[in-house]
Design a protein around this ligand. Structure first.
Ligand SMILES: NC(=O)c1ccc[n+]([C@@H]2O[C@H](COP(=O)([O-])OP(=O)(O)OC[C@H]3O[C@@H](n4cnc5c(N)ncnc54)[C@H](OP(=O)(O)O)[C@@H]3O)[C@@H](O)[C@H]2O)c1
Length: 320
């Protein structure tokens, strides 16, 4: 089969199309003909060699972890009913024509949802649903979303709004601000000026009950003081190069609940539950992943370049 490998740590050019033997479904597994594989920012960071302490990988490897497709073959002990089903799964190595998944890791894609849209929700939908659940976003909350223009952030904006929160998003460009407002943010704030935290506070109408930080670094650090006493601060993102450096003692003193990347690493049962929840919301028309461009598998390097250039309006998805 065709696949794309990270041949060594480096820039997008280390993503190289290769021919590898077809994988075979073992006991309790299925073989999926990949229709689409999602891409997430983390995959660009891992390709560059970042994050080994959280996500150890060694080249050469096939990157990616989320697919949608059709079950083509069954391993021993798997019910025949799975054959031909449209499914989504978390796998090891999704930049490929075929992927093997444990039957326990499959979620059926509902009839009302196409495989492209479903693929865009595999990671982002699960994490976004998990983040709003863990941060307890509810009606009347003032919610600040950092990274609102991204694959997961665009979903957090919609989920926050649907839960009745007041959603404010600091955003870098006018086009992305327009998108984020269209998706439900009450207000956006220009992130390029140093006074954005004061403007965000004014837009929120006070301190934030919940800060959902998908950016980290200095931006995340500047958002921490905006958190209300007794509020929640989720530091789940690090596209800036590091998670938000927050003072745990101060958080404790002020009664702020700190959540982090470890809170969005779910076990198989939660992954299936959250995937189904995201798919149900999308099938009902209440959640819309924003897809900026679909790249053929062999152009995975171009997909990574697009993610890193931060120019796409929406996420990059691969076609298997
Ligand atoms: N997707 C998931 O399921 C998942 C799971 C766990 C953790 N996370 C973490 O959440 C973060 C966002 O993930 P994503 O997949 O949604 O990524 P994404 O679609 O690429 O979005 C990245 C977001 O971060 C901003 N950003 C990108 N580079 C930046 C930089 N150098 N400095 C400041 N802001 C930057 C972008 O805003 P601009 O418009 O300004 O470019 C965009 O809003 C990542 O750190 C990721 O590791 C994601």
């Amino acid at each position: 089969m065709r696949a794309v490998q990270v041949t060594e740590f480096g820039g997008p050019e280390v993503l190289v199309p290769v021919e590898v033997p077809d994988p075979v479904a073992g006991p309790g597994e299925v073989l999926i003909g990949v229709a689409h594989a999602d891409t997430i920012f983390l995959e660009t960071q891992l390709r560059a060699g970042w994050g080994q302490e959280f996500f150890p990988v060694r080249p050469p490897y096939v990157p990616g972890g989320g697919v949608t497709g059709v079950v083509r073959a069954l391993g021993e002990g798997v019910e025949r009913a799975w054959l031909g089903r449209r499914v989504a799964a978390f796998v090891t190595g999704s930049y490929a024509e075929l992927a093997v998944a444990a039957v326990d890791a499959l979620t059926v894609v509902p009839d009302g949802l196409d495989l492209l849209t479903a693929a865009a929700l595999v990671h982002d939908g699960v994490t976004a649903c998990g983040v709003v659940e863990q941060a307890g976003v509810g009606a009347g909350d003032r919610v600040l979303v950092l990274g609102a223009s991204g694959g997961m952030g665009t979903l957090l904006v919609q989920l926050g709004r649907a839960r009745g929160a007041r959603v404010v998003a600091p955003v870098r460009t006018a086009a992305k601000a327009g998108l984020v407002r269209e998706l439900g943010a009450h207000e956006t704030v220009d992130l390029t000026g140093t006074d954005w935290p004061e403007r965000a506070r004014a837009a929120l109408g006070g301190a934030a009950d919940v800060v959902l930080d998908g950016v980290g670094g200095e931006t995340g650090a500047a958002a921490f003081p905006l958190t209300a006493d007794g509020g929640r601060f989720s530091a789940h993102g690090a596209p800036s190069g590091g998670f938000a450096p927050v003072d745990a003692e101060e958080a404790g003193r002020r009664g702020i609940t700190l959540l982090g990347i470890q809170h969005v690493r779910f076990g198989p049962a939660d992954l299936r539950r959250l995937t189904s929840a995201a798919f149900a919301e999308a099938a009902a028309g209440r959640l819309r992943p924003v897809i900026g461009e679909v790249f053929p598998l062999e152009r995975a390097a171009a997909a990574h370049t697009a993610i890193e250039s931060r120019g796409l309006l929406g996420k990059a998805v691969l076609r298997g």
